[in-house]
Design a protein around this ligand. Structure first.
Ligand code: ADP
Ligand code: XUL
Length: 528
């Protein structure tokens, strides 16, 4: 146990609230969690959410988050957690979700009584009791309206970093404005899940940070202010309801007296703006400028640290949470591990070592064979189906087992590279790909990634990267504006290099990536 400073990182995620405490060396000292389905069964959530019968409307009771926050703090108290050692706190929240504070709630938030729980005091403070969350997909109409209002799909992406997505907050707010006008009129502040959680801690409405603010289809990612056109398209007097936007490393206040009196926090404990869980994960992995993070979990997610973004129709551009001048891009691919797993089952008896042996026994470029496997509708491109082409570009019904295995991996990784480049990422020989998640344990897969990206691949094992990132950002907040993120994380465990490009790989894959792109474009034409 440490007697020195501690920094807390909360993660308000879909299924639970997690918190971890790190010391000045960024070593994790404590961890606590409250799981919504298990610890708060009275709300009858499934995976932390209520899903409508047609599956399109997905919400979470706002007050459940408040009660879970009471519970996690009580758990810490019952474990004699040294609250007085906490110098700083930050956090992350599932992105896009929104909270609607009722007129008068500010007053309650400012005058919290330490002898009562937050839940008891805030139960009547929300004008909309059920917060829409990122899994919601009920706002197609509002998305279309927004794109039209600003002059088209690409125009919206140029302004906000993303085309209109159903889960993005502006579209969710527009739906509430249109369908629940009394409640909307009664709302004095709209928070994101992240800024809502920070508000609980400072006892005031916390501003939205630039990075999570980028996931709303409302913020201009260049000026980092609300876009007047987008605001106008989504609701009346929205600017006043959203409050200001601040750089992600801003200290938004000191901890509210409530926590000092009730739990023994230090009165000088600083709260740094909370951000989205994906930006926070970027901070937790602590990359260097120019790194690519490739998370190979259920879905493959790419995080890119970029300086010169090129927002398009695919992916999202967010403001970078740790480097105020930079950006991060996020790309999520649906046909990832589960598709690899299916092929592994079908042609390699479900054995990853057989899968790896096939990769070793086939040449880079797969003798010109390319297979595209979209078992489910892909996000980019919007397309579904399985397509195989031989070296002459002729479609063929099947491949040999070893060719099939190399084909699924090569096409997936070529897509990851192509879309990174399309978003403005410049892959150079010094670029590092940092792989995390389940499939990053497979060295042969990492070798293919190294060959296709033509750069070294590293692995880093970070559990809870979002809450770790939050705790690191809490320290960053305490170190003041002049401190550099790189200095703060300089002693953190470095990723380990596990694969280097095979000589000659660039020649093969530069051409093959272009060929793959053309094939993908052809296929996608059938789905417009
Ligand atoms: P999530 O965090 O999304 O639940 P994980 O990061 O735990 O997912 O990754 C799970 C995936 O990792 C599985 O779907 C599986 O396909 C893949 N995986 C696990 N081990 C290997 C391996 N040795 N080779 C390739 N893929 C693997
Ligand atoms: C990102 C997204 C999810 C949520 C949930 O755009 O919708 O990753 O942040 O954690």
């Amino acid at each position: 146990m440490s007697n020195g400073n501690l920094y807390l990182g909360f993660d308000f995620s879909t299924q639970q609230i997690k918190v971890l405490a790190i010391d000045d060396q960024l070593k994790v000292q404590y961890e606590f969690a409250v799981k919504f389905d298990v610890d708060l069964p009275e709300y009858k959530t499934q995976g932390g959410a209520h899903i409508s019968s047609d599956k399109s409307t997905v919400t979470t009771p706002t007050i459940m988050w408040v009660q879970a926050f009471d519970m996690v703090l009580d758990k810490m108290k019952n474990s004699d957690f040294p609250f007085s050692n906490v110098a700083g706190i930050s956090g992350s929240g599932q992105q896009h979700g929104s909270v609607y504070w009722k007129r008068g709630a500010k007053e309650t938030l400012q005058n919290l009584n330490p002898s009562m729980t937050l839940k008891e005091q805030l139960k009547n403070c929300f004008s909309i009791g059920d917060s829409p969350i990122w899994m919601d997909s009920s706002t197609r109409k509002q998305c279309d309206d927004l794109e039209k209002a600003v002059g088209g799909t690409q125009k919206l992406s140029d302004i906000t970093g993303s085309i209109a997505f159903e889960r993005f907050t502006g579209n969710q707010i527009a739906k509430i404005y249109q369908t629940k006008s009394t409640e909307y009129t009664n709302t004095e502040r709209i928070s994101l899940v992240s800024s809502f959680a920070a508000s609980l801690l400072i006892g005031l409405y916390a501003p939205i940070d630039e990075s999570d603010g980028s996931g709303m289809n409302l913020m201009n990612i260049k000026t980092r202010d609300w876009s007047e056109e987008c605001l106008k398209a989504c609701g009346k007097d929205l600017r006043e309801r959203l409050g200001s936007i601040v750089p992600s490393r801003t200290v938004v206040g000191k901890i509210s007296r409530y926590y000092v009196d009730r739990y023994g926090f230090n009165i000088d404990c600083l709260i740094t703006a909370f951000t989205g869980d994906n930006p926070s994960s970027l901070a937790g992995i602590a990359p260097k400028q120019g790194d690519i993070i490739l998370s190979l979990g259920t879905s493959d997610v790419l995080f890119l640290w970029i300086t010169d973004p090129n927002p398009g129709l695919a992916g999202h551009i967010f403001v970078n949470p740790v480097d105020t001048k930079a950006y991060m891009a996020l790309l999520c691919f649906k046909n990832s591990s589960l598709t690899r797993e299916r092929i592994c089952k079908e042609v390699a008896d479900g054995s990853w070592s057989q899968f790896s042996n096939s990769l070793k026994s086939t040449p880079m470029g797969n003798n010109g064979n390319i297979g595209i496997y979209f078992d489910v509708m892909e996000i980019q491109p919007l397309a579904v189906g399985v397509y195989r082409y031989d070296d002459k570009g002729q479609q063929v019904p099947s491949f040999d087992k070893d060719v099939e295995i190399r084909a699924v991996l090569e096409s997936q990784i070529m897509a990851r590279r192509n879309y990174s480049e399309m978003l403005g990422f410049n892959i150079s020989s010094g670029t590092r790909v940092i792989a995390t998640g389940g499939a990053s344990s497979n060295v042969e897969i990492l070798q293919v990634i190294s060959d296709i990206f033509n750069c070294n691949v590293y692995v880093k094992d970070v559990v809870n990267s979002a809450s770790l990132g939050a705790a690191i950002r809490a320290k960053q907040g305490c170190m003041g504006n002049k401190s550099k993120f790189d200095d703060i994380v300089k002693n953190i465990e470095e990723p380990v290099c596990v694969a280097k490009p095979t000589p000659g790989s660039d020649k093969i894959y530069n051409d093959m990536c272009k060929r793959y792109k053309r094939l993908e474009e052809e296929i996608a034409k059938n789905f417009v």
